[in-house]
Design a protein around this ligand. Structure first.
Ligand code: F0G
Length: 471
């Protein structure tokens, strides 16, 4: 294939994920579900009509052209694998400059052999989380259809990302829905600084999600939550960058936190496409990790045997579970705010990804999450609690013998350390009341890896003594 290609967007369309329905829609339409059957939609391509590279190595020539924004972007340098928009329509802010870090320190904590654990550090994105991968794609689509307002429900990262794309491009106004008290201050401060219209409603993320879908529909506002199939096209590139960092070798495991299940769905789609296109020769296994306090996927997949079932998952299992949640007024509850979600909108797509990637699902406690998070920090990276679910989940799977010490494992660190600092500070605090207030209520009883601040009088001798004593 030539070194630059003319992306022809007429071979992209939207398609219902249900194989029995498989209705198709133009990419110029704005929709989050299939008219015919109500299922989710994919963005699909007529690959045989498109200029697809014959090897992933082909993408390396873009590194030499990194002065061009579409080559510098860690999403759009893979444009040929998400060819739904013309280059001139793309809105990029340099997202996807993310490192894959080999870490024996965290590897040892998990129980891996040296050189086998990698962390994909998505917190390095412009707004501080993996969301920018998806936002650049959804935002680009929104632009192509002439949207002037874009909305999302969020626990913080999606809203910060949307607000950033809106304010840096000046193309749209951001409208964000948050559950009262359910957004981290750091993230709220981003959205406010970036000028987003911020709508705070009583309730949690699931409530905000429900409302933003209704409002977007009624007011014709473009919705950028991960029900939007274009979001997931961008998120596929997280896997492409993992492969790129591994010199195009496929790892044994990808471990990812599960909230709304957009990432896991996108990763499954990426591997399916790469395999179908002959660009990889095998598919890695996928582990999706729920927080125990928000464990819908774990309950349905591990507990009740829900499966993709060739595109006909047993809806009655899902309906029964949600009816039980309603009857018990069950609300998601975990310190990992970004995955505090009980009604994951991409559930069905995630089942497909688990099927394609011989996947497993696990749940981890807030205690396991915070201990894992402290180890990520202690080894030089740092992440928010939700991200550390991946590391805690990998440790659990190692202990269970599902992951072997010699496997090559990639955990996705979805968000930056500076989100949810209250949890981090409480974990390290020497103040027992503070610890109890923030973490005790979540079932966290100890901080095995705490690094406690030393309290000392404002007196030179005492300060010197304290430093000598503690260093
Ligand atoms: N990790 C982080 C840091 C997140 O912000 C989110 C979702 C997830 C994991 C869950 O990812 O939905 O792909 O399974 N955050 C949403 C938000 C809820 O509003 O920013 P998923």
């Amino acid at each position: 294939m030539a070194s630059s290609v003319n992306i022809n967007t007429t071979h992209a369309y939207q398609q219902c994920v249900s194989p029995d329905c498989a209705a198709t829609y133009d990419v110029g339409e704005v929709r989050t579900s299939c008219d015919a059957c109500g299922s989710l939609l994919d963005v699909t391509y007529q690959w045989d009509q498109l200029p697809v590279p014959d090897s992933l190595k082909w993408f390396e020539q873009k590194w030499a052209r990194r002065n061009e924004p579409l080559c510098r972007s860690g999403v759009w340098r893979f444009h040929e694998l998400l060819p739904f928009a013309k280059p001139e329509q793309i809105v990029t802010i340099g997202e996807g400059q993310t490192p894959l870090i080999e870490t024996d320190g965290v590897g040892k904590y998990i129980g891996m052999d040296p050189g086998r654990l990698y962390l994909e550090y998505e917190g390095m994105n412009p707004s501080g989380s993996f969301k920018d991968n998806g936002m650049t794609a959804a935002f680009t689509h929104a632009r192509t259809i002439g949207a002037t307002k874009a909305a999302c429900a969020s626990t913080g990262n999606t809203s910060a990302s949307l607000a950033l794309y809106c304010c840096s491009s000046k193309l749209m106004q951001a409208v964000i829905f948050i559950g009262s008290g359910k957004i981290s201050y750091g993230k709220l401060s981003q959205a406010l600084d970036y000028g987003a219209l911020t709508v705070q409603i009583s309730g949690d993320f699931d409530d905000a999600m429900h409302r933003v879908r209704q409002v977007s529909e009624k007011l014709g506002i473009y919705l950028v939550n991960s029900v939007n199939p274009f979001r997931l096209e961008g998120q596929k590139t997280i896997m492409l960058r993992v492969l790129e960092s591994l010199n195009w070798e496929v790892p044994d495991w990808i471990v990812v936190p599960g909230g709304n299940l957009g990432n896991s769905s996108a990763f499954g789609k990426a591997f399916h496409e790469l395999h179908t296109l002959g660009l990889i020769d095998r598919i890695p296994r996928l582990a999706v990790i729920n927080a125990q306090g928000a464990n819908t996927l774990h309950e349905l997949y591990q507990g009740r045997g829900l499966r993709w079932n060739e595109g006909s998952p047993d809806q009655s299992i899902i309906d029964k579970y949600y009816a039980e949640l309603d009857a018990a007024q069950g609300k998601a509850d975990t310190i990992a705010s970004a995955i505090e979600i009980n009604r994951p909108v991409n559930l069905i797509k995630c089942l497909r990804a688990l099927d394609c990637c011989d996947g497993v699902v696990r749940e981890v406690t807030d205690q396991q999450i915070l201990d894992a998070k402290s180890q990520v920090g202690a080894n030089g990276m740092g992440c928010e609690p939700a991200s550390a679910a991946s590391v805690a989940g990998a440790k659990l799977l190692r202990e269970q013998g599902v992951i072997a010490p010699s496997d090559r494992v990639v955990c996705i660190l979805t968000g930056h350390q500076l989100k949810d600092p209250t949890a981090t500070v409480a974990y390290h605090t020497a103040d027992q009341d503070e610890f109890e207030r923030v973490l005790g209520s979540r079932g966290v009883s100890r901080a095995q890896f705490a690094n406690r601040a030393v309290k000392v009088e404002n007196n030179l001798d005492e300060i010197i003594q304290a430093i000598q004593l503690n260093s």
